[in-house]
Design a protein. Structure first.
Length: 149
């Protein structure tokens, strides 16, 4: 369970840290405020649309393999953000990141329902997102380390 919480914290940081990068990224790749906002929001378009299909694949393939695939794909795509050169590549990468991360949260919740018995399930499914909330703190700390004014 601690590894799942850490994965969720990293996922949270990855989803929201784009706001910390706005100041320097917008200047570096020439994004207007509108273009940046659109790109940041496109992530959630594919994220929301693909959550249910991702869980359908998870039930067919198996939770461990599918969650590992999600984390590997999203890690590779996160590295790919370093190669963004303009608005179009920014939009494409944000859409792909949303697609890659889409099934993590619902997949882990589903996995927890299989892993824990009825008596322990409520506690486990409550602790998981509560632990992930600490991502708010870590996001700011990571942002300060990576982006030095």
């Amino acid at each position: 369970m601690p590894l799942l919480i850490v994965a969720y914290i990293i996922s949270f940081i990855d989803r929201t840290n784009i706001g910390m990068a706005k100041a320097t990224m917008s200047v570096d790749i020439g994004l207007s405020a509108t273009a940046f906002g659109l790109g940041a929001g496109l992530f959630f378009l594919t994220y929301a649309v693909l959550e249910i299909p991702s869980n359908l694949f998870l039930t067919r393939i198996g939770a461990r393999r599918w969650i590992a695939r999600i984390m590997i794909t999203w890690g590779i795509l996160s590295c790919g953000m370093a190669f963004v050169t303009g608005p179009t590549s920014f939009y494409v990468m944000r859409l792909l990141l949303g697609a890659a991360e889409a099934g993590l949260y619902p997949g882990i919740i589903y996995y927890l329902t299989l892993w824990f018995g009825r008596e322990e399930r409520a506690k486990a499914t409550g602790l998981f997102p509560a632990g992930g909330l600490s991502g708010q703190y870590y996001r700011r700390a990571a942002g300060r380390i990576v982006i030095k004014p």
